[in-house]
Design a protein around this ligand. Structure first.
Ligand SMILES: C[S@@+](CC[C@H](N)C(=O)[O-])C[C@H]1O[C@@H](n2cnc3c(N)ncnc32)[C@H](O)[C@@H]1O
Ligand code: SF4
Ligand code: SF4
Length: 351
């Protein structure tokens, strides 16, 4: 993790110096846009949209080259999508990422196919399963009408929790909190604590902005305060206190989008981020490297914004807050290491 520490230290200095350019600390890759669910809040993907994307996915060799380029500049990689497990060669891409130098590899999944991809788990440091409700699973109306499928999904989550130690990964379960569904998120949290998984809450975004209805809901604010209290009591809640506080209050912050580059299934870098309506895409394979793609993007679009805080998207917000508030990281790191040692033993410190 030396590279991550060095990049973080450089970013803190750049932030203090007023720069808008940051070293990449967490790269997010969308191996596929295909999906096997149709969550009603999902802006970009869903089974009903698969036909739109057919034929766009990069081949293994091209995707592997994109991974190599990202790994040259960043050692933390997050697979998301679409549903990443729909890509048959994902385990080979994960192995390629390791070979290319990725030190921390995570994947976000709806878990419907997780047991069929068991070999993948051993390649990952963090498996992030999305689960909004114990009753309906996800906000997908077709899934909500298939109780057997929901029971299978919950079994899959329990199974993944039980596999953590043997396969050496951490399981996080993440719930999108929607207006009127705070109680559902609370039950997901309690389920996580029961099975030994980390719990993460994401606020609902509507049209790429935090749901105003959710933020008016005192129950949501109460829940976030409960999560902060859980964290202080040593329970495994994902996200720094700064992040949770930020989600609760929607307080302004200064985003550092280049610290969290996003690359899609065609190998295109989103610039300055994936969330701004005026973002552009630059082909990394054509550019030849992450840095060349970034330079090309800046030439076309101008420098990244220095004070944007419009979306509150988790990956961007968390990193921005830690870069802007280095003191908070020390507290979070100590808490994280203590939790990992209690879960996975001292080999976390002496691998
Ligand atoms: C787009 S999904 C891709 C990975 C995988 N298909 C899954 O659902 O876990 C990534 C994450 O974004 C979350 N998400 C999707 N739409 C959202 C929205 N409108 N607001 C907040 N989170 C959202 C999902 O719940 C999931 O945790
Ligand atoms: S499973 Fe993930 S990618 Fe698919 S529709 Fe739901 S949120 Fe979107
Ligand atoms: S706050 Fe959101 S929209 Fe603004 S730069 Fe960051 S990721 Fe992009």
């Amino acid at each position: 993790m030396r590279k991550l520490v060095v990049s973080y230290a450089r970013n803190v200095i750049r932030s203090m110096a007023g720069s808008v350019w940051f070293e990449p600390m967490l790269a997010t890759l969308y191996p596929t846009p295909m999906c096997n669910l149709r969550c009603d809040y999902c802006h970009d993907f869903g089974a009903h949209r698969n036909a739109e994307f057919r034929g766009q996915e990069l081949s293994f060799d091209k995707m592997a080259r994109v991974i190599d380029m990202l790994a040259a500049d960043c050692h933390v990689l997050y697979f998301t999508g679409g549903e990443p497990t729909l890509r048959e060669d994902l385990v080979d891409l994960a192995r390629r990422a390791r070979k290319a130098g990725i030190r921390y590899l995570a994947m976000n999944t709806n878990a419907l196919l997780l047991r069929d991809r068991a070999d993948l788990l051993s390649e990952l440091d963090n498996v992030v399963i999305s689960l909004d409700s114990l009753e309906v699973g996800r906000r997908d109306s077709a899934l909500a009408g298939r109780p057997k499928e929901i029971a299978k999904l919950l079994d899959g989550v329990r199974w993944a929790a039980a596999e953590q130690k043997a396969r050496g990964f951490t399981l996080t379960v993440t719930a999108v909190v929607s207006p009127g569904m705070v109680a559902d998120a609370r039950k997901v949290r309690d389920f996580c604590f029961e099975i030994g998984a980390q719990f993460s809450a994401q606020h609902l975004n509507v049209e790429r902005l935090p749901s105003p209805e959710l933020h008016r809901d005192p129950e949501f604010r109460g829940f976030i305060h409960e999560l902060i209290a859980d964290k202080r009591a040593g329970r495994d809640v994902s996200g720094s206190e700064l992040y949770l506080g930020g989600v609760c209050d929607l307080s302004p912050y200064r985003c550092t989008p280049t610290a969290a580059p996003h690359v899609d299934w065609m190998g295109r870098l989103a610039y300055p981020c994936r969330e701004r309506p005026d973002h552009i895409w630059v082909d990394m394979l054509r550019a030849g490297s992450y840095r060349a793609a970034l330079a090309e993007a800046a030439r076309l679009h101008g420098p990244p914004p220095g004070d944007c805080h419009r979306c509150g998207a988790r990956c961007y917000l968390e990193i921005s807050l830690l870069v802007r508030h280095p003191g908070a990281l020390a507290r979070e790191t100590i808490g994280y290491v203590a939790r990992q040692v209690s879960r996975r033993g001292m080999r976390v410190l002496y691998p």
